[in-house]
Design a protein around this ligand. Sequence first.
Ligand code: ADP
Length: 496
Amino acid sequence: VLSRVKDHGLLHTAGFIGGKWADVASDKSTFEVRNPATGAVIATMPRMRADETRAAIAAAHAVLPQWRLRPAKERAAVLRRWHDLIQEHKADIAAIMTLECGKPTAEALGEIASGAASVDWFAGEAVRVCGDVLEPPTRDRRMLVLKQPVGVVGAITPWNFPMSMITRKVAPALAAGCTVVLKPAELTPLTAVALAELAERAGLPDGCLNIVMGDAAAIDMFYTGHELVSSDTVRKLGFTGSTAVGRLLASGAGNTVKRISLELGGNAPVIVFEDADVELAAKGIVASALRNAGQTCICANRVFVHDKVYGKVAEAVTSLTAKLKVGDGSETGVTIGPLITPAALEKVTGHVADAVSKGAKLLFGGAKPELPQPLAGGNFFVPTVIAEATIDMRCFKEETFGPLIPLFRFQSDEEAVLLANTTEYGLAAYFYTRDLARAWRVAEELEFGMIGLNEVAITSEVAPFGGVKASGLGREQSKYGLAEFLDIKYVCMGLG
Ligand code: ADP
């Protein structure tokens, strides 16, 4: 099944520790990676545990003095070569990504472009790290601020962006002079190993980027996740995933007082005010809600539409949704791939059934599509639009993480902002208006880390990505994302 990949050197069924491919776990156990479009097994990987994680941490620690002391310009050059190799191999990486996570090829290529852009951007930032010289209160001393790499970094990433969640952690870490132990999601480890292979070819020294894989569960202390959290050597943990796991990691990290960044769940609102450009809003809603079949943490999850434009918006959203094509993401023209697992399919099915039982109107979709073999074994769901959604429904309270667009109604600005903020999450929020005063007011009142005003494509390597409330801590991408990997050291020089 991986025959579409031309460069076979990218296909390791192994972790990567201290520059060596580790294809057998210490207890020889394995796990399987499946294609979510068919359910077929595409690879068998070593199920690593604490031993391997400790070895990876030791390898990252051993090379740290050498890597951090390399001139930033040289670290930047390695990152640039990595970026160039990623670009050269984008067709292969896209094939791997679509096979293991299901997203359509065009979306895979989009993710690769954005991941590569992070690598390039942090290569640029590496040489711009600088401290401060402070004005001292007395003349007998000088006061300086140095910025130094935090040390060994643990990175734990999810399956929905098998590449870009990695690059936005690994690139700034390496740029800052840190070394990394990465634990990619068990569902999508193949993209991660392909990236490591390219990093090695780019000249990244052995041990600077290590990969361990296998179950992460923290309850059993022999697993990878627990080891990364409890290690004293790991000085920073970067995590993207569910809020439940983020909470566990945050409390675990307290024991070793390590720095953490957490990018957790979202429950993004879109507000369409009565003065909005309806066509633009409808396009934005569909693009945001259905990206990666609804499986991103910034996907529009709740759409609030002003009474006066409700009918028009519902019609435009339904007609755009009806044009989408569900199928195997590697086929040309497919715009909606499968959901990642049967459990994900169950969740969206449950949300639709719950909404309909509470009075929502099904405008489009609502079921599994009829697809020919071998796709019958895939986790497909027709993108779905429902009207007259209300706040007692699960789709208001929970992140659906599937292709569902629920349309809620509102009458006033105050009501819209209140509805939008009524969630424990605070990652991304979007709204559509042409009124400048309303734009400012609403942007300030929404309790979210990122706001899209008349725009849903907000992710960029130059802008801070992250949330407030139960959506997380810290920021990725941008100069703020680099700062997360740098410690501040104050030096006071007495002049005698
Ligand atoms: P998702 O719902 O996106 O799969 P998870 O939070 O379950 O989110 O998974 C995100 C990442 O966190 C994956 O790499 C997963 O293996 C890892 N993970 C899951 N449970 C734990 C845990 N208890 N400790 C550490 N990492 C974990």
